[in-house]
Write a protein that binds this ligand. Structure first.
Ligand code: SAH
Ligand code: SF4
Ligand code: F3S
Length: 452
């Protein structure tokens, strides 16, 4: 790898999919910086374009191909002087097929192989046709990523676990991200400390199944997520810790108690349940019942009464009847969610559910509408319940309008305050005065800092 060649080059990165892809895109940019690549906001005129892709639903995949169509034209207009790399989960899943379908693509790199990007780029310069690397290498990519990451801001994301061994009937992740693997504690702590030194006040730990984290501790023993977060809470300057995404089966008692004992852990949890019907949960291979989810939520609210819940739902999984869907609505009504994401089931190639008899599109749609109506109502109710509260807000930057600053509540809600002075990175008490559809408005309570 030549790190001495610093001819300035323009790099444009497009990111689809989950937060882990956002993290990966940032790390790819870090990897290419020593080679002279500087990021630009638009693809026109770029020397290199990376599309970091998502394969989770059909629509996510379609987006990639329409974007590639536009890039092809641009590349032609630049006389071929644009290296195009497709990375992420579509790259992993499609590999060769993608290279054939889009022959103007120079590099196809899976999510576990992108630390090899500098050498792959060199190979692509030498070779006609696409260079494809969709291996799951034995070495962990995290060991090969540079230490000098660019700052992400007040709220930073840190991948600590990758891959999934759960094989839910509908999901491509075990195929695109490979087997579950956790980073060692020391490497996570070192990165967290670097992030805080660069201005992070809140860190969200990421993983496809982040609560299954089982990293090697400094003493050689295996550490759980709760243990890791305990140690992270000792980092001075770090004020807030979150983790996402979790699976109900890995919600151990120590993790539940961390929401009581770890003062930096936020009272908000994204815990996907997918369905409220035991029959569908079984068909989905989720390996838990709706009541298991109910019990976890009850325990969490018992140890931390202000705990707010978020979740993911799928409507129209093969086999889902009106009665099954009604079970989902019932679970939602009983739980009360602060936030939720819901999707129409999308059959994905190679997954078990894709080969089963499918629910009609119109039925999937109607159920999604009904579910989203209820979830929206619950989100409004939750936001309205915060009005009147005096609560700490972590300020992340300026608001959309002049004279406004913006931050986040304990429960992930955007909060907007009229204030002239920049408070980025600081936590202040705010009285919440109004709930808007997607944010809260408030007024600064006093001059006293909670955290600088
Ligand atoms: N690891 C997480 C979520 C991964 S994907 C978990 O275990 O829950 C994010 C969400 O996308 C999932 O929670 C699910 O609700 C949705 N999803 C995944 N595959 C899907 C599919 N084939 N069709 C529709 N939604 C899907
Ligand atoms: Fe996909 Fe299930 Fe793994 Fe989540 S737990 S990533 S939904 S297979
Ligand atoms: Fe998509 Fe891959 Fe994330 S499929 S949701 S980018 S793990």
């Amino acid at each position: 790898m030549t790190t001495t060649d610093r001819t300035p080059r323009k790099l444009h990165v497009v990111t689809h999919g989950c937060q882990m892809n956002v993290y990966d895109s940032a790390r790819m940019t870090d990897l290419l910086r020593p080679l002279g690549y500087e990021t630009v906001a638009a693809p026109e005129g770029a020397d290199m374009v990376i599309i970091n892709t998502c394969h989770i639903r059909e629509r996510a995949e379609e987006k990639v191909f329409s974007q590639l169509g536009r890039l092809r034209k641009m590349k032609e207009e630049q006389g071929g002087n644009m290296m195009i790399a497709v990375t992420g989960c579509v790259a992993q899943a499609e590999g060769e097929v993608l290279a054939q379908r889009a022959p103007f693509v120079d590099l196809v790199v899976g999510p576990q192989a992108y630390h090899r990007l500098p050498e792959l780029i060199a190979q692509a310069h030498r070779k006609a046709g696409a260079v494809i690397d969709t291996d799951f290498p034995v070495e962990q990519k995290f060991d090969y990523l540079p230490d000098d990451a660019a700052p992400q801001g007040v709220v930073s994301f840190l991948s600590i676990q990758e891959g999934c061994d759960k094989f839910c009937s509908f999901c491509v992740v075990p195929y695109t991200r490979g087997a579950e693997a956790s980073r060692p504690v020391a490497s996570v702590l070192a990165e967290a400390k670097r992030m805080v030194a660069l201005g992070a006040r809140e860190i969200a730990l990421l993983g496809q199944n982040v609560n299954a984290y089982h990293g090697e501790g400094p003493d050689g023993s295996t550490w759980s997520l709760a243990q890791l977060m305990d140690k992270m809470a000792e980092i001075e300057g770090l004020e807030r810790i979150r983790y996402t995404t979790s699976h109900p089966n890995d919600m151990g008692e120590d993790l539940i108690l961390a929401h009581r004992d770890n003062i930096k852990l936020m009272p908000f949890l994204h815990l996907p349940v997918q369905s409220g019907s035991d029959k569908i949960l079984r068909a989905m291979n989720r390996k838990h019942k709706a009541d298991d989810f109910r019990r976890i939520v009850e325990r969490l609210r018992h140890v931390r009464p202000d705990m707010a819940m978020s979740s993911d739902f799928i409507t129209g999984h093969p086999g889902e009847t009106d009665a099954d869907f009604e079970e989902t609505m019932k679970l939602v009504r009983e739980t009360g969610f602060a936030l939720a994401y819901s999707f129409k089931y999308s059959p994905r190639p190679g997954t078990p559910a894709a080969s089963l008899p499918q629910v009609e599109e119109a039925v999937k749609d109607a159920r999604l509408q009904e579910l989203q109506g209820l979830l929206r109502e619950q989100q409004n109710t939750f936001n309205a319940s915060i009005v009147g509260l005096e609560t700490p807000v972590l300020f992340t930057g300026s608001g959309r309008h002049p004279g406004q600053i913006a931050g986040r509540s304990l429960w992930l809600q955007p909060v907007v305050v009229e204030h002239e002075t920049d408070l980025t990175g600081k936590i202040r008490m705010v009285k919440i005065t109004r709930a808007n559809p997607n944010s809260l408005s408030g007024t600064l309570l006093d001059k006293e800092l909670i955290a600088a």
